[in-house]
Design a binder for this molecule. Structure first.
Ligand code: PGA
Ligand code: ZN
Length: 395
């Protein structure tokens, strides 16, 4: 979905909406046409909604009043989960207005967030260099093995180190006869004997690239466990195990490898395992993606039950810029870290780079340093870094 916004009759801005492969069950609804065309994945209905109902209610609005625009969009849908107009249609309009407003006000997008935020900073990237799960056709259960270049004095050197590590991994895989294709997010997608082999490969790649896995580059995982869970049993490394056995595996990995975060370690409905794993008190970020789906009520439950200590932020899971920022505020107040994120099915739209910088959250997850759908975000961060903002160095 791509939406254009016109101000005073002139073309002003354009925003495109991504799509996920391993979507959470509680996400706002992305409207698809069904039927035979495009194997059911067409978005003609959502496009029509933008060009008729949504356009009608928005024409005449002030683009710099994001709150009112998003309120109109939410009311026009009226469903609670954006299933009538489609979250893809609604977010396209919301982000196009957001971009237009920064042009009209003549400030960079990252400086144009409504409300006050912590100081802007260049975020530490979680770079997904080895893809598995629903993002690859291999036997690897863990969806994302990421490198996290936190120990650098600026964003540019961090990005370079992550990219060099990506290429060192390619070389290692080639030498081991494991180099096949790449996965949805641009990372390599080898078949492995065990999930733990992915961690070994990443540590090897970090060191092969000439960096320290103790002080410069860490590892982040997105297990996306809802994808291999049924009735609270997890099918992992060829065995059926429960949440506490899976927790033991994670704890042993945290002992052995430089892990800085684990995202979706358990199923989106297995709150009990989330709570007891977080209670173990490992010094890492436990991040809810499918668990929270950028939704304020689900996040509120997670805060009350201490189900995790961090949240992944994906604007298209909730459907407007205002609601995305509201969820980040709730997380900030509760002391949760926010990681602003792309989707596996991305476009070249780079709005999330500006959101990550402007909210000062310190973290972004936007895939491998490969293919323009991923590099567009890294390139935008490089452009912003030219303004001299500091680097987050979070971990
Ligand atoms: P998705 O994957 O876009 O396929 O949901 C990204 C993620 O799980 O973080
Ligand atoms: Zn995820």
């Amino acid at each position: 979905m791509e939406v254009d916004c016109f101000v005073d009759g002139l073309f002003a801005s354009r925003a495109a909406v991504p799509s996920g492969a391993s979507t959470g069950s509680y996400e706002a609804v992305e409207l698809r046409d069904g039927g035979d065309l495009w194997h059911g994945s067409g978005v003609e209905k959502a496009v029509k909604n933008v060009n008729t109902v949504l356009r009608e209610i928005l024409v005449g609005s002030d683009v710099s009043d994001q709150g009112s625009i998003d309120k109109l969009l939410i009311e026009a849908d009226g469903s609670g989960n954006k299933s009538i107009m489609g979250a893809n249609a609604i977010l396209g309009c919301s982000m196009a207005a957001f971009r237009a407003s920064s042009l009209v006000r003549d400030v960079p997008l990252w400086q144009n967030l409504p409300g006050t935020w912590p100081d802007p900073i260049l975020p530490v990237p979680l770079m997904n260099i080895l893809n598995g799960g629903a993002h690859a056709s291999t036997n690897v259960d863990v969806q994302e093995f990421m490198v996290v270049p936190y120990g650098f004095s600026n964003f540019d050197s961090a990005l370079r180190a992550g990219t060099e590590t990506y290429h060192a991994l390619k070389k290692s895989l080639e030498e081991k006869g494991l180099l096949g294709g790449i996965g949805d997010e641009g990372g390599f997608a080898p078949s492995l004997q065990k999930n733990e082999d992915g961690l070994k490969l990443l540590v090897e790649a970090i060191e092969k690239a000439g960096y320290s896995s103790e002080t410069q580059i860490g590892i982040a995982l997105d297990v996306a466990a809802s994808e291999f869970c049924s009735l609270n049993r997890y099918s992992f490394d060829g065995k059926e195990i429960d949440g506490s056995e899976l927790s033991d595996i994670y704890s042993s990995w945290i002992e052995k490898y430089p892990i800085v975060s684990i995202e979706d370690p358990f199923d989106e409905d297995d709150w009990e395992s989330w709570v007891s794993f977080t209670e173990r008190g490992h010094d890492i970020k436990v991040i809810g993606d499918d668990l929270y789906v950028t939704n304020p009520s689900r996040l509120q439950r997670g805060i009350e039950e201490a189900a995790s200590n961090s949240i992944l932020i994906k604007p298209n899971q909730i459907g407007t810029v205002t609601e995305t920022l509201e969820v980040m505020r709730i997380a900030n107040t509760a002391g949760f870290d926010c990681v602003v994120s792309h989707r596996s099915g991305e476009t070249s739209d780079d709005t999330i780079a500006d959101i990550a910088v402007g909210t000062g959250c310190g973290w972004i997850k936007t895939g491998a340093p490969a293919r323009s759908d991923r590099t567009s975000k890294y390139n935008q961060l490089l452009r912003i870094s030219e303004s001299g903002l500091p680097y987050a160095k979070g971990a």
